[in-house]
Write a new protein. Sequence first.
Lengths: 595, 238
Amino acid sequence: MQVLDTKMKHLLAQVQKPARYMGNEWNARKKDHAAAAVKMVLAFPDLYEVGMSNQGLKILYDSVNNRPDMLMERVFAPGTDMEALLRDYDMPLFALESGKPLTEFDLIGFSLQYELSYTNTLNMLDLGRIPLFTEQRHDKVPLVIGGGPCAFNPEPLAPFFDFFILGESEECLPEILSLLKDWKKEVTSRQDLLVRFSGQEGVYVPSLYRPVYRGEKLEKLEKEEPGVPEVVKKRLIRDLDNAPYPTAPVIPYMQTIHDRAVVELFRGCSRGCRFCQAGYIFRPVRRRSREKIIETACEQIAKTGYEELSLASLSSTDYPQLDQLIEELDRTLAGEQVKCNLPSLRLDSYSIKLADRLHRGKRSNLTFAPEAATERLRRVIRKNISEEEIFTALGDALDAGWQGFKLYFMIGLPTETETDVEAIVDLCFRIRQYFRRKAGRKISISVSVSTFVPKAHTPFQWEPQLPLADVLARQELLQQGFKKMPGVDLSWHDAETSFLEAVFARGDRRLAQALELAYSLGCRFDGWTEYFSMPLWRQAFQETGVKPEYYAQRRFAYDDVLPWDHLDCGVEREIFIREHRRAFSSDMTDQGEPQ
Amino acid sequence: MIRIRFSFARSETLKHISHLDMMRMFQRALRRSGLPLAYSEGYSPHLRFNFAAPLPVNVTAAEEFGEVFFSGAVSPEQFVSVLSEQLPEGLVLTGARIEDHDAPSLPSLVTAVLYRATLVVEEGCRKGFSQYRQALEHLLGREEILAPRTKKKKKKAYVNVRPYILEAYFKEPENDSPIQLQMLLQAGSRGGVSPFYVIEQLEKELSCDCKYEAYWELHRERLYKEHDQFLQPLSEGM
């Protein structure tokens, strides 16, 4: 921060973890406001330590700041203590690099990673003294835009955002800022600018479309301007090797969730798990070349001093000749004392072998996600792995010296019965027995169970979420089952939080009012159990006449208009229908690769 | 193996980070510097690096110490010039020298630390100097000042920290100068007390209820070691 006035000093002296708000990190880009033709602040609606673990944020930070005429700073959701202080002191929310209030930027871009950060988004606008609704903002107020996975169904946020970018923004964002720069020299209205933006590939301007409802149902979306596209297509980086990628990322002072060098191996995923939104919206698979990966890794290590390197993707062991890549990385980084790791391991012997090679030092925990405990249900969700494979992989990992395992499951999946839930208990019991026989040492097992949330742009987008009462009953079933199993640690996601997530994941514009009211009632950090309040949300839904169950628990028909039908993620509707039908058909033989 | 002991100052811009943040920041700066670092042997090798005493969050410092081991030749001058390029605004290396290999570790030397607390008054709170002096007299007159210590298994225990306040006095103010409190506090392996805790207790003696109008700025002036039963600045002999 450049100017620390007394008020700010006072604030930082009182707040918890002041490092969240101080900026000034190594590799942070402090650019001159007077010299920048266009200024943007990237807003992440969660705490600093969460936001700074997001790789997308780092990619965008570089892609904009590498342009001499542009500037991008960062702002994160203030903790509840900082919010109280800002309001007490009557101070606006400020960007980290310059300490300037958000109103001094031309554009505020929110990274929308999960639905449960929506109240934080509104809170940040309010703390930044930006009118919440687009229609209240005059020409001098910064534009408010959004991107990230939630932009694929942004309808509940429509009245608050000037536009959204669909898909990968690292090329699109500088283009948009360039247009904005030109517009600033002209004297035309904001409306004119938005119409201009709507012509850009990947840009969705919600105010140029008007939903029409018949009864409860969404009937269609009408265009407010003749020229705007019928369907907005997502942006896609075709060649990862030539796309911008950070080589000198900002190094946080405080411990963040992921605090390490990250090189992305590839984008997209060829597995096609039917519940997984990332698996669909990031298609097709695009790889970074081995040479480029090694070059980027070395440069990142040299410019950050990080002691850990993550080879990231949605399913890293699917990278072709991964063992060769690791070997070369090993050779190139020899002597640098860098630990490599592979997130999102698959449960197979090949993956275990690789993890084994990568992991020097103490072997603590390996994480796997079988998602469902019966082969039948795993076929339904297309997580095709046999029980035999699971046990072989676990056995290999045990031989390699791993001390503990974390297993992820989901409940409430389509076609799931209580038998499938009991099977989770049974499978873990057998894994524990197997470990006891085989290991002769104490192996820790922790089991984490989340609740299925149907997401837009997946084959399960038409499926209802399991009603709350049933989710609670199945969680109870798990608790009873695991009670008799000492040494296995069970945790589960709060059922109501998952319910709220489902409401917004498949929501439409009629939710906006409820969202605004929930925010005014004090809802913040809805993804954090210590802050989440369902009673406040119930009140907000009730007072705005919204039936949340309608969104979360309704089964959509193929001919229903979905709130996100005008947004094209690149996967044809026929593929979703085919995959949806296959999930329920008994014939599982034809499971050809997607794309 | 070369062992380098160095001193540094931390200013306003960097005072909000924790001891662990400082450790990470220094180690990453060292790794970027390209100097020939020595790593520990064993399963997960780590840098051989240490500070004399953890520096609390929200405290600036004039003269802190650290040490680091190198596997190859490094001169103190080279160390300062190369590492300085990798350190952020707010941190300045003020000196370095080569230390004997078998010299005692830095943290084991520190027995006391000297803080200066400055009262920054904004609107409202205008308590007089005499009130503060009286409150301090009361505080120091107490036989026991209990501070909570969270022990293992979350059992709360209390420790009497009064003996750890070796000395505390207000500087005689001149004209408009702010109120300044000097505190010499025990530190190191034999136990210590946070300067913030002492101030909190002082405020309680004042029964000061103004939450926002005044606050204290803390500065650590010096670290001390023991020498012939007397305290001697750690910088002595550096």
